[in-house]
Design a protein around this ligand. Structure first.
Ligand SMILES: [Zn+2]
Length: 251
């Protein structure tokens, strides 16, 4: 009874195949964000101002060894995605100063399924054993629904208009911010945590846990899944010409 881990449980326990004991899972992998923090806003423990959460101090015991291991592919995929976003921004920064009339069009692609699951995993990590019911329904607060757990592990898919969205403002200009931090804001209705906005530099992603469509969040237009974003840069006469394209692929 003196085992300090006796009460610790894995958030994927509903899958029924936990193994290897509870492991120290970083809420968000440290390797993704070298400065070691994620900015979170909207939890009772950080009301008001956005608060950086140091990753090293957030080694929480929230997944068993097997399930931690099963999700490690999501971290490596997320790392590739954020690297791709940085490369796309860097190319924009270079080309917007060149003032050429034509470019070889480069295409940057992101794996939507794995990114969607990584945001879900991250949303569950931050919400686990906290004040809200994670997802729809009336199951205990601080726990994800069984369906969300299956989705996070790739054993089920989001229904209808649930899942990953990208956000943009009408007429938005790309402004490059060299602070590569991830900001996370949860969205709740009543006692249920139903969505989250993830902002990385000027890229904004929204994860909707409800089957209904979300069209807008905090003044931003939301687009479900499919995204093909063209980057344009000014030529020698100030006309916008196509430079490169960012797309999300689904399989
Ligand atoms: Zn487990």
């Amino acid at each position: 009874m003196n085992d300090p881990n006796a009460k610790k449980k894995c958030w994927a326990a509903s899958l029924g195949d936990c193994a290897g004991g509870i492991s120290g899972e970083h809420l968000v992998s440290q390797s993704l964000f070298p400065d070691g923090s994620v900015i979170v806003q909207g939890f009772h423990w950080c009301k008001g101002k956005p608060k950086p959460i140091g990753l090293a101090s957030l080694t929480a015991n929230i997944l068993c060894f097997k399930h931690n291991c099963d999700l490690s592919e999501l971290d490596s995929s997320a790392k590739r995605t954020f690297d791709t976003l940085v490369e796309s921004m860097a190319l924009y920064e270079v080309r917007r100063k060149l003032h050429l009339r034509r470019y070889s069009i480069k295409q940057f692609l992101i794996d939507g399924n794995l990114l969607e699951r990584w945001f879900l995993k991250t949303l569950i990590n931050f919400g686990f054993e906290r004040e809200w019911i994670i997802g729809e329904g009336q199951h205990p607060a601080g726990e994800p629904s069984e369906e969300l757990v299956r989705i996070a592990f790739g054993r089920a898919a989001f229904r209808h208009k649930a899942g990953l969205y990208t956000a943009s403002h009408v007429g938005e200009q790309v402004t490059v911010n060299d602070k590569f931090e991830l900001h996370y804001s949860p969205k709740t209705i009543g006692n249920n945590l139903l969505a989250g906005m993830f902002t990385f530099s000027e890229y904004r992603f929204f994860l909707n846990l409800l089957p209904q469509e979300f069209k807008e969040f905090n003044g931003a237009n939301l687009m479900h899944q499919t995204v093909k974003h063209w980057y344009q840069v000014p030529d020698d006469k100030g006309r916008q010409v196509k430079s490169h394209r960012l797309g999300i692929i689904w399989h």
